[in-house]
Structure formats: structure tokens, C-alpha cells
Design a protein around this ligand. Structure first.
Ligand SMILES: *Cc1c(COP(=O)(O)O)cnc(C)c1O
Length: 373
């Protein structure tokens, strides 16, 4: 087989029709209101509450700052239990709040925090749990909440991959105390850069909004050491436009995922993540696990596919607990994280974006099949 003429990347940003973007920018120019909670910002907050099925939402300039603020809004301190199998930002927000990350192993099937392994990691300093719905696969939210209630802990979720994920029709952002969504360009729904916090408790909104705007209450009063987490009007306008493309993008991605599943079914050594029936898929990533039975390992597939111009990603390798800045933590000991250490060598994200063609998907699957030993 010949390599693809142009590289096929793991994702491509959703690009709206430029005429729609230009029209929106013209409106913003005419209004002369560029940021600080303008009309488009307010409208996007209302629209996203409906889309995500959440009672409370606050927009941010990116997901990482949103997560920093989520932790402050919950007044967490000391130690927080979290997963090593995630993007660096999840772990980094803890030291940015003077908190020590405590890594907990993941569940072999969902690759999210394993509630059974949490209690042995609790100390008098534990104040919260920070889970990640990795690839849009929900954490075991019910067991985690039960443990949190028993120990009086707060629960925060990194839902960066879980835009549109629902459990039995309930928005994923309604679980735990606060959830973070990222609207980075690589995410299914984006605002170039951006993010949001969602929450059930209506009293949280004023505090979160103060924290993202320097703590400025009014002209005379600054009441807390806030940061600049504001989303501007151009970003909000792009978000409003991209919402119109959302259903179509999801439908296209669903077809692609089904095509992958059909073509990769029954190959010994290739495992596809199984989203439970009561869970709505976010179609953020399409991930496979390459196990021993395949005969060659994940890294070999990654390198070989590159020769054919298929650019896959080893999300999330390496584990956060293996970064030089965290590996000295007691909880980063590989003996504490056996499942995470096993799966991190197996995971591979294959290209997934609306404009990926189904015959390209079939070729990628054939290339993978041909590598089997
Ligand atoms: C994208 C991502 C983030 C960071 O979001 P930004 O909006 O880029 O700051 C955090 N966590 C996970 C799991 C992500 O995938």
C-alpha cells in the first residue's frame, strides 16, 4: 500500500464557514465591546447550559485556568487524589494551588480512577478527588460520590474529553461539585482556546465569576486574589457558530467510529474501548489498546503508520506520575499504579475528525491488520 499523499493527523479543528465568522466579527466591531462578559459571552453561557444539560456554567479563556479556579472555588488544600493517566494540565493545577497530587490507579476497563483503590490513599490532609473522564468515558461517578460523602471530600472532574457525554440522559457536568470542559481547537467543540466550569450549586457562580475576573466585585471593591480567566467576544462568537455544526460533526464522527469498530472487530490483540449502553459517546477520541496477542507492540504500530503518513498519538503516554516533576512523590511509585503502567504501553489514538473519509478509515484499518504478527 502507498502512503497517503498528505498526513492524516489524529484530529483536525472544526472550521466553520469563514463568511459566518466574518459576519460575527463585524457585529463585535460595531458594538465596540470586545471582552469582559459581552453579549456573545452571555449568550454562549445560556446556550451551553442547554447543550450540556447543566444548571450552572461559567466560561473561561482555557480549560486549565478553569480547573485552577475550580480548585480554588472548592477551597481545596493539602492532598488531592487524582489519576496519573491524563493530560499534564490535570495534575499541574494541583501544585498551582499548593496541593500535593496523590496518584491513584485506574480501572482496567474504563481507564478512569479506580474507587476501590482510593481509600488506602486517604490521609488527614486529603480534601478532594480530581477525576478525568478520559476519552469521554465517565468515571465511576456513583462510587466516587459515595466515598467522597463518607470522607467529607469535594469532587472535581476534568471533563475536557466529555463534551456531550451523558449518563442515562444526565449531563456529565452535573456529577461531582464542579466539572471542567476545554474548548481548545483540538476538542470536538471549540472556541479557538477556551473552557468552562459547570456546577449544580447556584451559589457557586458569583464566586467563580469573581475568581476569573481578578476578584473585582465593583468599582470600589476587590474581594479575593482572582486571576484573568475571561473568554473574549470573538471566542464566544466562534463558539456560538460552532454549536450550529455540532450535531453534524457528531454524526460524522459516529460513522467513522462505527467504521473503525467494524474493520477492527475480531483482530486478536486489538481492543476497542467499550462505552456502556447508558452512556452517550462524546466522540472526542477513538482509542485502541494493543495487547500482547497482536504480536507487535503499540510503539511499532505508531512508527509504522507514520511511514504511511498516518499520525496517531500515544495519549496519554507517559503517565503524569512518571514526569520528572512528580516521580519522586510516594504515590508515583509504579507499585502503586500497576494497571496504569500496563495500559499506558497499550493505548493508541487513531485519527478522528468529521472530515476524515470512510475509505481513509478503511485503509488505516488495513494498514494496522497488515502489521499483525
Ligand atoms: C485539553 C485538555 C486539558 C487542557 O485544556 P486547555 O483548554 O487546553 O487548557 C486538560 N485536561 C485534558 C484531559 C485535556 O484533554
Amino acid at each position: 500500500m502507498k502512503p497517503f499523499e498528505k498526513p492524516i493527523y489524529v484530529t483536525r479543528p472544526l472550521l466553520a464557514d469563514l463568511s459566518e465568522v466574518n459576519a460575527a466579527i463585524q457585529e463585535i466591531w460595531e458594538s465596540q465591546w470586545l471582552t469582559n462578559g459581552g453579549a456573545k459571552h452571555q449568550l454562549l453561557e445560556e446556550e451551553l447550559k442547554k447543550t450540556l444539560k447543566v444548571p450552572g456554567l461559567s466560561l473561561f479563556n482555557n480549560g486549565t485556568i478553569a480547573l485552577v479556579v475550580a480548585i480554588q472555588s472548592m477551597r481545596l488544600s493539602g492532598e488531592v487524589i487524582t489519576t496519573p493517566f491524563t493530560f499534564p494540565a490535570t495534575t499541574h493545577v494541583l501544585p498551582w494551588n499548593n496541593i500535593t497530587p496523590v496518584f491513584c490507579d485506574v480501572d482496567e476497563d474504563t481507564l478512569t480512577l479506580d474507587p476501590k483503590k482510593m481509600e488506602s490513599l486517604m490521609t488527614a490532609k486529603t480534601t478532594g478527588i480530581l477525576g478525568v473522564h478520559v476519552y469521554g468515558m465517565p468515571c465511576d461517578v456513583f462510587s466516587i460520590q459515595e466515598i467522597a460523602d463518607r470522607y467529607g471530600l469535594r469532587v472535581i472532574y476534568d471533563a475536557a474529553h466529555a463534551f456531550g457525554t451523558e449518563i442515562d440522559g444526565r449531563g456529565i457536568g452535573t456529577f461531582g461539585d464542579v466539572s471542567m470542559f476545554s474548548f481548545h481547537s483540538t476538542k470536538l467543540f471549540h472556541t479557538l482556546e477556551g473552557g468552562a466550569l459547570t456546577f449544580n450549586d447556584p451559589h457557586l457562580k458569583p464566586r467563580i465569576d469573581l475568581l476569573k475576573n481578578f476578584g473585582i466585585k465593583n468599582e470600589e471593591e476587590v474581594v479575593m486574589p482572582g486571576i484573568n480567566g475571561k473568554l473574549n467576544e470573538v471566542q464566544a462568537a466562534i463558539g456560538l457558530i460552532n454549536l450550529r455544526y455540532l450535531d453534524e460533526e457528531r454524526r460524522k464522527r459516529q460513522l467513522i467510529v462505527e467504521t473503525y469498530r467494524q474493520n477492527l472487530a475480531g483482530i486478536e490483540g486489538i481492543k476497542v474501548i467499550e462505552i456502556p449502553e447508558n452512556v452517550r459517546n462524546s466522540y472526542q477520541y477513538f482509542m485502541i489498546r494493543v495487547t500482547e496477542e497482536f504480536g507487535v507492540n503499540r510503539d511499532y504500530i505508531h512508527t509504522e503508520l507514520k511511514k504511511y503518513n498516518v499520525i496517531t498519538r500515544k495519549y496519554f503516554y507517559p503517565l503524569c506520575s512518571d514526569y520528572s516533576c512528580y516521580k519522586q512523590l510516594p504515590s508515583a511509585d509504579p507499585a502503586n499504579l500497576p494497571v496504569a503502567h500496563k495500559i499506558v504501553k497499550q493505548v493508541l489514538c487513531l485519527p478522528l475528525y468529521g472530515n476524515l473519509k470512510l475509505d481513509e478509515v478503511e485503509i488505516i484499518c488495513s494498514l494496522i491488520k497488515n502489521l499483525k504478527k
